[in-house]
Design a protein around this ligand. Structure first.
Ligand code: NDP
Ligand code: 2IT
Length: 451
């Protein structure tokens, strides 16, 4: 890891002491503090009133029991979380993740990242995140519904369209959002559409929200490529994951003329040099909910499945890499392989998918590198557009909504680039994103008194 400025080192030490056993949270804080040395050198007033210490401490953390009954009649218990990180810019906003690896440290890292990401969108949304260690894999529809209802039975008292607005993340898509909203509505006796985003169109959702994160990352990478006088046309692209973010990244890359040759899930990856067949991938993942090896089985000759214990999707040579699965999925070694294979750009669709070592390798090699908190902000930005439509009881066309998304991503790109330049590190989007996000949150907090 790089060094943190000596003035900020005590803040980091206190974060690790207070949040022991939460390595992902430490990692996320470390990366932001690394960038802030240049800010406090130029604007020492940001060190006043324990502002940075306050930004590193969530405003509220809720942990609760989620009991539910499985199909065999057995009582199961999971743990639910909601970390309401920062509300200086608006109601807490951020997704819910259902995955067995979820713990408070994971949710805290995600809520911390979300705070700066949401600030970068320029929309009036604070940062929060939640989830559960519930594993949706292999569960029946009835089990998913009963789990979502039980979770919301506790969570609803902490939410509200002006308080905290969840959405989806890993393991939480349209089906789960529907069950959670249904239970919220029932418990509160209020049709408060703006209390959750990622809803289906039938009951207050926004067009283009499903597509927004993947499309947004593709717009961001396109803007980076354009700074070097090039674009996606004819480029070989590897996208990790095969969930919501990955699928709509593949769709937009293909629309921009790129060729996606590999994608993955936690069991392994498939290589299809002819270009991923998106209709088939959607059918296997969204409809049949099967493993990625099924793609190779259906496609047959020429398409390979390689299991996760035999290699990494980052072994596949490409011009552009778009990690869209989970945190720390791309190691320093993987980055070395990508650089050796002449990758020119990396856009993080997932949250913190590259390890600190990987980011260093990319930056040392002069690879265009878009950090998740900037590149994947299109999802939450379109959630804010969904809230806007709900508030005005309006519904926009797909074109109108996508146009707003494209403009927001362009603006985030330009803000990160200009901020990096202003702070003496042209082309460093990590620094640009961290500083621009921080300054927006910090300035609002200073105006609000010691909160
Ligand atoms: P999905 O649940 O739709 O898909 C997740 C994909 O990542 C699956 O292919 C899954 O494989 C894979 N994956 C998950 N965990 C692991 C793991 N531990 N190791 C290897 N592969 C894994 O989630 P999303 O597409 O919504 O989210 C993907 C990433 O994007 C996450 O980091 C999320 O935080 C981030 N993100 C999502 C946004 C959104 O709007 N949905 C917005 C911004 C960021 P498997 O099925 O085998 O588990
Ligand atoms: O990480 C993220 O930005 C999300 N999972 C989307 C959050 C949202 O509120 O739309």
């Amino acid at each position: 890891m790089n060094c943190i400025d000596e003035k900020l080192q005590p803040i980091f030490s206190e974060v690790t002491r207070r949040n022991c056993g939460e390595p992902e949270f430490h990692q996320a804080v470390h990366e932001v503090l690394e960038s802030l040395g240049r800010v406090v050198a130029k604007h020492p007033h940001f060190l006043d009133q324990a502002l940075i210490e306050r930004i590193c401490e969530p405003e509220r953390q809720v942990i609760f029991r989620v009991p539910w009954v499985d199909d065999s009649g057995k009582v199961q218990i999971n743990r639910g979380f909601r970390v309401q990180f920062n509300s200086a810019l608006g109601p807490y906003k951020g997704g819910m993740r259902f995955h067995p690896s979820v713990n408070v440290g994971i949710i805290k890292f995600l809520g911390f990242e979300q705070t700066f990401k949401n600030a970068l969108t320029g929309m009036p949304i604070g940062g929060g995140k939640g989830g559960s260690d519930f594993d949706p894999k292999g569960k029946s529809d009835g089990e998913i519904m009963r789990f979502c209802q039980s979770l919301m039975t506790e969570l609803h008292r902490h939410l509200g369209e002006y308080t905290d607005v969840p959405a989806g993340d890993i393991g939480v898509g349209g089906r789960e959002i529907g069950y959670m909203f249904g239970q919220y509505k029932r418990l509160t006796n209020r049709y408060e559409a703006g209390v959750i985003t990622g809803k289906a169109l039938a009951y207050g959702g926004s067009r283009a929200r499903t597509e927004a994160t993947g499309y947004g990352n593709t717009y961001f990478v396109q803007a980076m490529l354009q700074t070097k006088g090039t674009d996606f046309e004819g480029k070989k692209v590897v996208v990790s994951g095969s969930g919501n973010v990955a699928i709509y990244t593949i769709e937009k890359v293909q629309a921009f003329g790129g060729k996606v040759v590999a994608c993955s899930d936690s069991s392994g990856y498939v290589v299809d040099e002819g270009g991923i067949d998106l209709a088939l991938l959607k059918e296997i993942k969204d409809v049949r909910r099967e493993r990625i090896s099924e793609y190779a089985t259906v496609k047959g000759a020429g398409v390979h499945f390689i299991s996760a214990d035999k290699g990494s999707v980052w072994d596949v040579p490409c011009d552009v890499a778009m990690p869209s699965a989970t945190q720390n999925e791309l190691s320093g070694k993987d980055a070395g392989t990508l650089v050796k294979n002449r990758v020119i750009a990396v856009g993080e669709g997932a949250n913190m998918p590259s390890t600190p070592e990987a980011i260093q390798v990319f930056q040392d090699a002069g690879v265009l590198f878009a950090p998740g908190k900037a590149a994947n902000a299109g999802g939450v930005a379109t959630s804010a557009l969904e809230m806007q439509q709900n508030a005005s009881r309006d519904s926009w066309t797909f074109e109108q909504t996508e146009e707003r998304l494209a403009a927001i991503m362009r603006n985030i790109h330009d803000t990160c680039a200009a901020t990096a330049e202003e702070y003496g590190a042209p082309g460093n989007y990590v620094l640009g994103a961290n500083i621009a996000g921080f300054v927006r949150v910090a300035e609002a907090m200073q105006m609000l008194g010691v909160i």
